[in-house]
Each structure stands twice: as structure tokens, then as C-alpha cells.
Design a protein around this ligand. Structure first.
Ligand SMILES: Cc1cc2nc3c(=O)[nH]c(=O)nc-3n(C[C@H](O)[C@H](O)[C@H](O)COP(=O)(O)OP(=O)(O)OC[C@H]3O[C@@H](n4cnc5c(N)ncnc54)[C@H](O)[C@@H]3O)c2cc1C
Length: 405
């Protein structure tokens, strides 16, 4: 088994998380009838167990109810939690709350932290992150942002239309991305607001019917904002700095997606290895067929490479760097590696790969979003290519251009 350069603290936290997963979370997952959604009561019990195992909210500072570990040290625990769709819920490290808590921790005022971060960490409230908009608003190109927030006395008045806000229906509070200065470039004229979901003018239009497992019960909402009034104290971070703040949120959040989903792929391969080691066909175990062994070997290699890349990016983030290229590389590479591994696991389990008795069908449905959310593959490749072409060395062509005379 390959080992990574994780610290002793990180390994201990991951071991405790693995114990929680094996002893508490996976038995609950196995008891769920195929297609069922986990109940709120069960989520509360899982969180209580996570507290007992000393792994609840490991990424949050102790003063707000977490364990105060560094971004780099929580990485292997996030991977372990990802082995079941219920793991991130148990540890309070699931999207979008995990990213929103990080945002509040970085940019919130003390009052905002008391009012929103503390109850979010405790699991008493839920949140949504409302950035993406319907055609022709902000999506892959967030500069196309159309939602506006205008000052009116000591208030801001928000008008706009968002969709794909994960957990938008259940959320008590939304972080809403809006243009605050129409004359400025969006990079300098956008801001983020904390909007209570029950504010006048917030209308949840629907939960968008979508591809994805029902296990966690998280939907993705379409939401309209019609003259929604919030006081100035609900501005999150600096006015006009919304793009920079959102990048601070999205960089680490992209990596935590990689961590959780790589745990999912690892578990999927474990399920496939167990199935093919048991099942026989054509005179031997399926796991003894060279084609199957090479397939598994390929996915093990690619997953290890993805995990190494994610660690490199996480170290840069932990050192205070933006690490845009490292994050983009990790996101694209991990998303594709994980999707391919889960597809192979489904294939190797035959009909059972499609049934919801095993977790694979849920994994298969859940993983497809990963190549789209928080920036589609192509958007991240754009970032990688921009740097790749930044210092083209024309002297490389000397051997052929010398004949141009
Ligand atoms: C399950 C799920 C959960 C989500 N949760 C949230 C959330 O909580 N909050 C939120 O704000 N948003 C959320 N989103 C939205 C998500 O971030 C967007 O779907 C994503 O950023 C892509 O934007 P879009 O859907 O508008 O696609 P579009 O911008 O319409 O792009 C469509 C496709 O065009 C291609 N493309 C785009 N740009 C380029 C390019 N430069 N070159 C080549 N090809 C390109 C890509 O293949 C891309 O997938 C979620 C989406 C899903 C599916």
C-alpha cells in the first residue's frame, strides 16, 4: 500500500475517521434500503458518534466548535469520510456547508461568526452558496453575473435569479454573489451577502430534478431574489472584493471535493475487488483474470497519482498561496480518475453494480457532477493552458527557422 507524506497528526485523525466509518457509518449505510434518504435523526446520531470518535469538524478552529487542524492535516480524514456518502455529513465536512464555513471563518466579522459560523459548525443551521445563474447569467464565466445589490440607506437591495444552489431548499442562510458596482469590471465590482432564507423577496422556485443519488437528500434549488433587503452588516468581506473572496472559498473547496471523491473511488475499487474475488466464471475467480487485475492496477496507479497531486496543491494552500494551477490540475485530474474508477467498479460487479444494495449505483450517479461543479474540466484546463503558454520559448524553433532566409 502506497504511503503519502502525511503528518502524524493527520494519520491519527484519519485512523480515527476510518474507525468511525467502519464501526458506525458503513453499518448505517448498509441498513438503508436502496433509494432511501438518510433521516435528519440519523444524521444527528452520526454527528454525535463523530464527536465521540474525536473527528467532528476537524477543519474548524476550536473557538467555533471544531478541532482546529490545518487544511493539510485534515486531508486524509476527508478522504476516509468520502468512502460513504454519509461520511462527510457525519464529520460536518460536506459541501456546501464546509466551503461556506471556511468563507465565514476567513471573511466574517465577529458578529457574523457568532450568528452564522457557530450554529453552522454545530449543525443547528444549514447554508447554501448562490453563485450560478440561469441563461444568460454567470456560470462557467462568472463575469457574466447579473444579480445586483444596490445600496439604499443602510441597507442593500438584492435582485436576481440563481439556480443550482445546493441545499438551497433546506438552507437557513444563503451566501449570495451579486454585482455592487455596474460601472466597474466585475472583478472589482462584485460582493457577497449573507441572506437569511426567510427574508422577504426570497422565493425558492423549485428543486431542480437531477441525476444524483437520493441518499443524502440534498437538492439543488432555483431561487429568485426580488427586492430582498439586508442591512449593511450582511455584507461578507469587503465591498467590491467578491471575486477575490469567492476564489478564497472555491480553491480549498475544489480540493476538498477531490479528497471526498477520491475516498469514494477507493471504496468503489474495494467493493469491486471483494466482488470479483468471490465471483467465479469461466473456471476461475473473476479477480484472477489478467484483464481485471490490470484494470484494477491502472485505477490504483491513477488514484495514487491524483492523491499526490491533491496533497501538493493542499500544501500550497496551507502555505497561504492561491495555487490556482495546482488546484485546477488536481480538480480536472481527480474528477476524471475518480469517475473512471467508479465506472470500472460498476462494470466489474455486473448487475450488482447497478443495484442500490451495494453503494456503487449511488457513487456512479453522484460522481458525474464532479467534472462540472466548481468549474467544468474545460474551465480549469483554460487556467492550466494559460500558464503553460505564458513563456513560450521561440529559440526552441531555431533548428528550423535558421533555414528561413
Ligand atoms: C450537482 C450540482 C451542484 C451545484 N451546486 C452549486 C452551488 O451550490 N452553487 C452554485 O452557485 N452553483 C452550483 N452548481 C453550478 C455549477 O457550478 C455550474 O453548473 C458550473 O460552474 C458550470 O456552469 P453552467 O452550468 O452555467 O455551464 P455553462 O457555463 O453553460 O457551460 C456548459 C459547458 O460548456 C463547456 N465550456 C464552458 N466554458 C468553456 C470554455 N472556455 N472552453 C470550452 N468549453 C467550455 C463546459 O463543458 C461546460 O460544462 C452546481 C451544479 C451541479 C450540477
Amino acid at each position: 500500500m502506497i504511503t503519502f507524506n502525511d503528518s502524524e497528526t493527520a494519520e491519527e485523525l484519519a485512523t480515527r475517521t476510518r474507525d468511525l466509518m467502519e464501526e458506525v457509518v458503513l453499518p448505517v449505510e448498509r441498513e438503508l434500503e436502496g433509494g432511501m434518504t438518510v433521516s435528519e435523526g440519523t444524521v444527528s446520531e452520526l454527528r454525535e458518534a463523530a464527536r465521540e470518535y474525536g473527528v467532528y469538524a476537524p477543519q474548524i478552529p476550536e473557538e467555533y466548535g471544531g478541532l482546529g487542524h490545518s487544511f493539510r492535516d485534515v486531508l486524509p480524514a476527508f478522504e476516509e469520510a468520502g468512502r460513504s456518502l454519509l461520511g462527510p455529513l457525519a464529520l460536518r465536512v460536506s459541501a456546501p456547508d464546509e466551503g461556506n464555513m471556511h468563507f465565514l471563518e476567513l471573511q466574517g466579522t465577529e458578529t457574523q461568526k457568532e450568528q452564522y459560523l457557530r450554529p453552522l459548525v454545530a449543525g443547528d443551521i444549514n447554508s447554501g452558496f448562490a453563485m450560478t445563474e440561469p441563461l444568460q447569467g454567470g456560470g462557467s464565466d462568472p463575469k457574466m453575473l447579473q444579480t445586483t445589490a444596490e445600496r439604499d440607506g443602510d441597507d442593500w437591495v438584492i435582485d436576481g435569479h440563481k439556480w443550482w444552489t445546493t441545499q438551497g431548499v433546506e438552507a437557513d442562510v444563503l451566501l449570495v454573489f451579486a454585482r455592487t458596482d455596474q460601472d466597474a469590471h466585475p472583478y472589482e465590482g462584485s460582493s457577497v451577502f449573507i441572506v437569511p432564507k426567510d427574508a422577504d423577496g426570497v422565493e425558492v422556485v423549485r428543486n431542480i430534478p437531477h441525476l444524483g443519488s437520493p441518499v443524502t437528500g440534498k437538492g439543488h434549488a432555483e431561487i429568485k431574489f426580488d427586492g430582498v433587503r439586508v442591512p449593511d452588516e450582511h455584507l461578507l468581506g469587503e465591498e467590491g472584493e467578491g471575486f477575490a473572496h469567492v476564489q478564497e472559498r472555491l480553491g480549498p473547496a475544489r480540493l476538498t471535493h477531490c479528497m471526498r471523491f477520491s475516498g469514494m473511488a477507493d471504496r468503489a475499487l474495494d467493493v469491486a475487488k471483494a466482488y470479483t474475488s468471490e465471483r467465479e466464471g469461466f473456471g476461475s475467480k473473476i479477480a484472477d483474470k489478467q484483464a481485471v487485475r490490470f484494470d484494477i492496477a491502472e485505477h490504483e496507479m491513477r488514484l495514487a497519482a491524483a492523491r499526490s497531486l491533491v496533497r501538493t496543491a493542499a500544501e500550497e494552500i496551507a502555505a497561504g498561496n492561491q495555487a490556482r494551477v495546482e488546484v485546477s490540475m488536481s480538480k480536472v485530474f481527480a474528477a476524471n480518475v475518480v469517475q473512471d474508477a467508479i465506472d470500472t467498479a460498476v462494470q466489474l460487479c455486473g448487475g450488482n453494480g447497478m443495484a442500490r444494495d451495494l453503494p456503487l449505483a449511488d457513487f456512479y450517479e453522484s460522481v458525474r457532477q464532479f467534472r462540472i461543479v466548481d468549474g467544468a474540466d474545460e474551465v480549469h484546463k483554460r487556467t492550466i493552458a494559460r500558464e503553460a503558454f505564458a513563456d513560450v520559448d521561440e529559440s526552441e524553433l531555431d533548428p528550423i527557422t535558421r533555414f528561413d532566409a
